[in-house]
Design a protein around this ligand. Structure first.
Ligand SMILES: NC(=O)c1ccc[n+]([C@@H]2O[C@H](COP(=O)([O-])OP(=O)(O)OC[C@H]3O[C@@H](n4cnc5c(N)ncnc54)[C@H](OP(=O)(O)O)[C@@H]3O)[C@@H](O)[C@H]2O)c1
Length: 223
C-alpha cells in the first residue's frame, strides 16, 4: 500500500511518518508541498501514485488564524478540498485531521460525531470548511477530529507546564476548560484500520483518554 503523509515537520505528521515506515511511504513537509499553493499541489501530486493520503498539515496556531484569516481559510479550508479532488482522480482515500475547535464548547457532556458544529474562532471556522470540502468529494474520505494533541516530536501543553514548573514555585492552569488528551502514537496505531474502509461521510472523534480539565491535564506530568 502506498501512503503519502503531509505535515511531517509537525507533531502528528512526524509520528505518523515514523509509524508508517513499513508501508511504501512518501513523507512530505511544508517545503516539499505547500498547501497555500493550490496549483503546486495539483502539479506535484498528479505524477505520484498512492492509495492513502494523510493530511496532518495545517495552520494550527489559533491566534495566527485570527490575524491571517485569508491564509487560514486557504490552508485549512480550501486546500483540503483540492487534496480530496486529487485523491478522487486517483481513487485514493484522504484521511484529513480536524479539531474540537469546530464546536463552541457550550455542551456540558463530551461531543459526539452527531453534534452540530458551531465554531467561534477563525481557526475553527476554517477547519470546518476543510472538513466539509473533504466530505463533499464523497470518495470514502475520512475526517479525524482530535484534541489536545501531545507527543515527542514538538513541544505541547505538557512540555510548557513542565518548563513552567521548573522555573516557578506555582503553576496556574484553567480548571473549567475540558477536553480529551490525544497521544500522537495512539493516533498512528489506530489509523491503519481505516485505510481500506469504504464508508462515505465519515467523521471520527479520536482521543487517548477520557475527559479532564486543563488543570488536571497540567497536574499529571508534574506529579
Ligand atoms: N495540536 C493540537 O492540540 C491539535 C488539536 C486538535 C486538532 N489538531 C489537528 O491535528 C493536525 C496536526 O496538528 P499538529 O499538532 O501536528 O500541528 P503542528 O505541529 O502545528 O503541525 C502542523 C504542520 O503543518 C505544516 N504547515 C503549516 N502550513 C502549511 C502549508 N501551507 N503547507 C504545508 N504544510 C503546512 C507545519 O509546517 P511547519 O513545521 O513548517 O510550520 C507543521 O509541520 C492539524 O490538522 C490540527 O488542526 C491538533
Amino acid at each position: 500500500m502506498k501512503i503519502v503523509i503531509l505535515g511531517t515537520g509537525g507533531r502528528l505528521g512526524a509520528a505518523l511518518a515514523r509509524s508508517f515506515e513499513k508501508y511504501d511511504l512518501t513523507a512530505l513537509n511544508r517545503e516539499q508541498l505547500d498547501l497555500s499553493d493550490l496549483d503546486d499541489l495539483r502539479s506535484k501530486l498528479d505524477p505520484i501514485s498512492f492509495d492513502v493520503f494523510s493530511n496532518a498539515a495545517g495552520l494550527t496556531n489559533v491566534d495566527a488564524c485570527e490575524t491571517q484569516r485569508d491564509r487560514a481559510f486557504l490552508i485549512n479550508g480550501e486546500a483540503p478540498g483540492v487534496l480530496a479532488e486529487i485523491c478522487n482522480a486517483k481513487h485514493a482515500k484522504l484521511i484529513h485531521f480536524s479539531t474540537d475547535y469546530i464546536f463552541d464548547g457550550e455542551k456540558r457532556t463530551p461531543y459526539t460525531e452527531k453534534d452540530e458544529a458551531n465554531p467561534i474562532s477563525f481557526y475553527g471556522e476554517s477547519k470546518l470548511i476543510g472538513e466539509k470540502n473533504v466530505l463533499a468529494a464523497r470518495n470514502h474520505h475520512l475526517v479525524v477530529r482530535v484534541s489536545w494533541v501531545f507527543g515527542p516530536d514538538r513541544p505541547s501543553f505538557i512540555d510548557a507546564m513542565i518548563r513552567r514548573a521548573q522555573e516557578n514555585e506555582k503553576v496556574d492552569a484553567i480548571a473549567d476548560k475540558f477536553s480529551t488528551p490525544t497521544y500522537t502514537h495512539d493516533v498512528a496505531q489506530m489509523l491503519p484500520q481505516f485505510f481500506n474502509c469504504t464508508v462515505d461521510d465519515s467523521i471520527l472523534h479520536f482521543a487517548t483518554a477520557g475527559k479532564c480539565s486543563w488543570q488536571e491535564y497540567a497536574q499529571r506530568p508534574l506529579e
